[in-house]
Ligand binder design. Structure first.
Ligand SMILES: *Cc1c(COP(=O)(O)O)cnc(C)c1O
Length: 362
């Protein structure tokens, strides 16, 4: 590809990230189930906080994110000075790669892992390595086998996107303890809030210097449009990342809304409950139609069809009925569709559409 001047190596190997579609041609209203967004939106307190922040748009935001880090620390019982906030966890992932991985270094991620790991590794000039999973589940032995002197970062989303599967604390410990000393394990807990009793890897990050956890406000808290995420790790790592992040990476409205969202436990609790209920219902309904999915721990399910042709045909039928889900061929899963768990009405519409689709094909 022609470029004005030649960019750093690795950049042109990046396939730009494409977000989930949000509209269908010729349709005013479509239900978007393609980006794992919260069907209930954000907490009304977050919306209020954002509106109030609008009165001070001429002021620079705080650069130390003190209030938000304190609120996060209070809720999760974590030390605020071991927390860094970013424009989505995407920014934190980028900072980690930028700070720790460059030319000649390897960044490991799982076969069907979140695409941003590969993109950020390449953007830093490092070499991303996709490590095979075992039936769509993170395989600790395969990851340990893939580690070498060159490995700097190992990214795992737990639960993973787009598979929805996760590995337990025992497996995570086995991974940390088996990794070489030159590498850091990054646990991406974007969906941790949906798993009852799971700390997203916070405990492991507290007790192991070379474990880092990332989290986001984009999923359970319904603030994907705002871009707020955070990371927790060793003070030295926070110090390193703090040197390269832009001082004003988060605006006043982002900080205020995220803090208010975090404090609204009732809303968050209700969203988790609804998600669990309708996720199980939807998975059951699709299974009845002969469309299995692995047990999901997140706010989506990965529906498995007979082959890519059937998945594409069902996707087209869903679109015809005003439903947008995610094709995941670029995650190496062309025979699957990732379906965000919407509200009751959306879940019923998805199930009904799939039922009719299957009936017509018999
Ligand atoms: C959605 C998602 C994120 C969140 O990204 P943000 O930049 O915080 O919006 C991070 N990791 C995974 C695995 C995700 O699916």
């Amino acid at each position: 590809m022609a470029t004005v001047i030649v960019p750093k190596s690795g950049i042109m190997a990046i396939d730009p990230y494409v977000g989930g579609r949000s509209s269908l041609p010729g349709r005013d209203e479509a239900v978007k189930l393609s980006s794992n967004e919260n069907p209930f939106g954000a907490s009304p307190y977050a919306v209020d906080a954002y509106r109030i922040a609008a009165q001070n748009l001429h002021r620079y935001p705080p650069s130390d994110h003190h209030a938000l880090r304190t609120a996060i620390g209070d809720l999760h019982a974590l030390e605020p000075d071991r927390i860094i906030c970013g424009a989505g966890s995407d920014e934190i992932i980028g900072l980690l790669c930028h700070a720790y991985a460059g030319p000649g270094d390897e960044v490991l991620h799982t076969e069907h892992g979140f695409l941003m790991y590969r993109i950020s590794a390449l953007a830093s000039g490092a070499t991303p390595i996709a490590v095979r999973e075992s039936h769509r589940v993170t395989d600790v032995d395969a990851l340990l086998d893939a580690c070498s002197r060159r490995t700097r970062l190992v990214f795992i989303a737990n639960p993973n996107n787009p598979t929805g599967t996760m590995i337990d604390d025992g497996e995570l410990s086995r991974l940390v303890n088996g990794m070489p000393r030159n590498a850091m394990l990054v646990l991406d807990g974007a969906y941790a809030e949906y798993v009852n009793g799971f700390d997203g890897g916070a405990g492991l990050a507290r007790s192991h210097d070379r474990v880092f956890m990332t989290r986001t406000f984009s999923k359970l808290y319904g603030l994907g449009g705002l871009r707020v995420g955070w990371g927790y790790g060793h003070r030295d790592v926070i110090d390193v990342l703090g040197r390269i992040r832009a001082p004003f990476n988060l605006g006043t409205g982002q900080l205020a809304a995220a803090e208010a969202a975090l404090r609204d436990r009732e809303f968050a609790g209700k969203c988790v409950e609804e998600n669990t209920r309708w996720r199980e219902w939807l998975a059951g309904a699709l299974a009845t139609e002969g469309i299995p999915s692995d047990r999901s721990h997140a706010n989506f399910i990965l529906a498995r069809f007979a082959d890519a042709e059937e998945a594409d045909a069902c996707n087209a039928r869903l679109n015809d009925n005003g439903l947008i889900v995610r094709k995941v061929g670029n995650y190496g899963l062309p025979e699957c569709l990732r379906i965000t768990v919407g509200n009751e009405t959306s879940c019923r519409r998805v199930a009904e559409t799939v039922r009719a689709f299957r009936k017509d094909r018999q």
